[in-house]
Design a protein around this ligand. Sequence first.
Ligand code: HAM
Length: 422
Amino acid sequence: MKYTAPRGTRDLKDREAQAFQALEESARRIFQRYGYEEIRTPVFENVELFKRAVGDTTDIVEKEMYVFEDRGGRKLALRPEGTAGIVRAYLEHAWDKSGGIKKLFYIGPMFRAERPQAGRYREFWQIGAEFFGNPSAQADADVLLLLQDLLAASGLTEVKFLINSIGCAACRPVFREALLKYLDSKQGCLCDDCKRRLARNPLRCLDCKKDMAHFSDAPKMRDSLCGACQAHDQELKGLLTSVQFPYEEAPCLVRGLDYYSRTVFEITAPGLGAQDALGAGGRYDSLVKTLGGPDIPAIGFALGMDRMASAKYGDSLSAGIQPNACSRIFVALAGQGTGMTGFRVLQDLRKAGCTAEIGAPGKSLKAQMRWADAWKAGFVVIVGEEELKRGRVILKNLQKHEQKEIEIENLKSEIEEQREKS
Ligand code: HAM
């Protein structure tokens, strides 16, 4: 039997693994600047948490969750997204009782049993943030500016910010009614998914990729917003304009998770094909209460790391890594009694900050040289039986095809000198 990674999953390796590492590093730097603390929540949670938070009638809960029962008969699910678990943690650690304000970020894998295609996986990675306790439009603007900085720090500047308001529990039902009436008149051209959504979640019809072309004259949420939601929306736009934040109004933007209210947004990038959403998020002012806590507002986002890496590197993402050979030193052992010195030389080089590797004892020098070559070494230190008797080793510069015998004590300074000249 030949084992392969499960459908929709893959090994992160080579350039992609390196890209993920760089994305994580720049994200951590920016989060710190905006006062966010890291949180790592479990990869699985009680399935009810997601049903309650994300919504029973959403595609994620209805069709895409990996649900299983553990040996104790507990019903669990691999997390399809991060927000629900973070709200659970926020309440579990009683952060709502210490002023309520909390800014948390997370980086980790999420799981959705979607139909895999380019940019859409069953295991994918998110960088996300949740900001609790600030109901004002200023918090929305702060989160959007953080996102802009984070994307720029990751080298992603050609992005579009699409923003909409989907109102609140007071004004959305009015819009829902108007929309239902409109969609009823379009019954003839609705796809099967939209016919199903019509009864349970009609707002989702608006961002149906198949049908949206027919909906250009659909009622807009913007026109049904209550006074408070309208004021929030106006204030946000005013703040964004005051700092020249580039955004586009997207009156048909709705989200696939039920917990949102007021501001919602999506970030798209060119060159990603059908799955062009780099990230998304919005305000979720009633979720803390829905999950049993007090009335504390919140806003957050998640960026898809798989798509960020792909937007940054395009086709070269699957390429192997070309390390800087100059900085890589291979220690080869030639002859009896050289293992101990070789091992010490290796440790000295690593302590001095070099990337160093050693050949396996008992392998021929030729085999070790092949290994050094495959490992992309810039230098090879040959610890030979004869030279060792004189306290010396051979230093081979693979790029210049030169070699020289030197005292062991002078090895580091000699490598440094040769590196500077190259
Ligand atoms: P979401 O829109 O479901 O929101 O996901 C956010 C991002 O995760 C997407 O824009 C996309 O880049 C990436 N993503 C989602 N599904 C996949 C997939 N199957 N394969 C690859 N990438 C994917 C959320 O998850 C919310 N929790 C965001 C949020 C946080 N809202 C408030 N706080």
